[in-house]
Design a binder for this molecule. Structure first.
Ligand code: ADP
Ligand code: MG
Length: 398
């Protein structure tokens, strides 16, 4: 996939109607009060919105929220987003009652340069997730240019993330531009050595990532729950640890593939195991592959921490996806925290992908020490798998 795409700076936006796809899929309070519990995604969209408004574009913003499945669900309305966006911008945000209905069309037609309109939740339309050309065209008809800044949604070929680009010149906003530059750069032309740290819960959800990074990285580090499948495949005792028996052969193949390619593959040498899956579990440190019956590995051990932190010291680039342990329990967050700290100290370009990994780094207080924390969980994983991202592929090549 070509990651070199035109951005808002490469086209003339002044006086133009611009359809801007954002990721305003923000978490809302469960009580239906319409309170946004975290506005990070709205704030992340500000640089592109402000640039477009300063350049005198008329901005028609759109986004999905939740899974209304093609029906109008008032609790998934973007109205609270319009209110918050308006506060952040310090100017009115006109809210449409629909996506491509009479109200949206009328308000888009009347929109003046320097003004911003927000369409309703794109998934209120049945055609959105089906990438229906009719819906895509109806959205495109309101504008003269399409700007995508919803990195969190680019792995989906939906009407508002990919379909519209059939009918309008399409470029990226600043959020997507940075994701492409940093992650795309690390995959296509990394500053070496490239160290990939892979963890999280399951091998099965990371097969594509392991496979692709084995082609690119100099060192692969395995931690988290998936390490126990590797350990069991090598004849280790893993007790009650997370184990995907169906993926044991695959883990051995990956170890072999690494050896054949001369990629260093590091596995845990010790484990912090617990007598139950709970924050207050009893714990002990044991050698990898020697977990007693009835116990389960919930974090990498102190020797492994040393080994892994050492491996990132002289790295040129570190890509990290997947926590080293159950970081949600403070007693089992030490491995993840130590790796985060090591990344904060290295001179390497440090890239965090994956929803839980980003949350872990934020929760542990290392977010501002990383070169880049991807704004898209699923999208960053598919990016690291080397898959084509439909919402990126549809943009104009630079
Ligand atoms: P990401 O979202 O960053 O791609 P994953 O979704 O793959 O990461 O994995 C995150 C989850 O993995 C966390 O909720 C964490 O508790 C869990 N996890 C990590 N290590 C273990 C382990 N040893 N046993 C069980 N779960 C684990
Ligand atoms: Mg996850």
């Amino acid at each position: 996939m070509n990651y070199n795409k035109k951005t808002v700076r490469d086209v003339d936006v002044a006086g133009k109607k611009v359809l801007l796809r954002c990721d305003f899929n923000v978490p809302m309070a469960k009580d239906g009060s319409g309170v946004i519990t975290d506005d990070k995604r709205i704030r992340a969209a500000l640089p592109t919105i402000e640039y477009l408004l300063e350049q005198n574009a008329a901005v028609i913003a759109c986004s999905h929220m939740g899974k209304p499945k093609g029906e109008v669900k008032p609790e998934l309305s973007l109205k609270p987003v319009a209110a918050r966006l308006s506060e952040l911008l310090g100017k009115p945000v006109i809210m449409a009652d629909d996506v491509v209905g009479e109200d949206a069309k009328a308000k888009a037609a009347a929109l003046k340069p320097g003004e911003i309109l927000l369409l309703e939740n794109t998934r209120f339309e049945k055609g959105e997730t089906k990438n229906d050309p009719e819906l895509a065209k109806a959205m495109a008809d309101m504008a003269e240019l399409y700007v995508s800044d919803a990195f969190g949604a680019v792995h989906r070929a939906h009407a508002s993330t990919a379909g519209v680009a059939e009918y309008l010149p399409a470029v990226s906003g600043f959020l997507i531009q940075k994701e492409l530059e940093v992650i795309g750069g690390a995959l296509a032309n990394p500053k070496r050595p490239l160290v990939a740290i892979l963890g999280g819960s399951k091998v099965s959800s990371k097969i594509g990532v392991i496979n692709n990074l084995l082609e690119i990285a100099d060192t692969i580090i395995i931690g988290g729950g998936m390490a126990y499948t590797f350990s069991a495949a090598q004849g280790g005792k893993v007790g009650e640890s997370l184990l995907e028996a169906d993926w044991m052969d695959y883990s051995n193949e990956m170890v072999q593939k690494a050896a054949d390619k001369g990629v260093k593959l590091l596995l845990p040498v010790d484990t912090v195991c617990a007598d139950k899956f709970a924050p207050d579990a009893k714990s002990q440190v044991v050698h990898a592959g020697e977990i007693p019956d009835g116990w389960q590995g919930l974090d990498i051990g102190p020797e492994t921490v040393k080994l892994y932190c050492d491996a990132v010291k002289d790295a040129g680039t570190v890509i990290w996806n997947g926590p080293m342990g159950v970081f949600e329990f403070p007693a089992f967050a030490k491995g993840t925290e130590a790796v985060a700290e090591a990344l904060s100290k290295t001179d390497a370009i440090t890239i965090i992908g994956g929803g839980d990994s980003a949350a872990a780094v934020q929760q542990l207080g290392y977010a501002d020490k990383m070169s880049h924390i991807s704004t898209g969980g699923g999208a960053s994983l598919e990016f690291m798998e080397g898959k084509e991202l439909p919402g990126v592929a549809c943009l104009l090549d630079a």
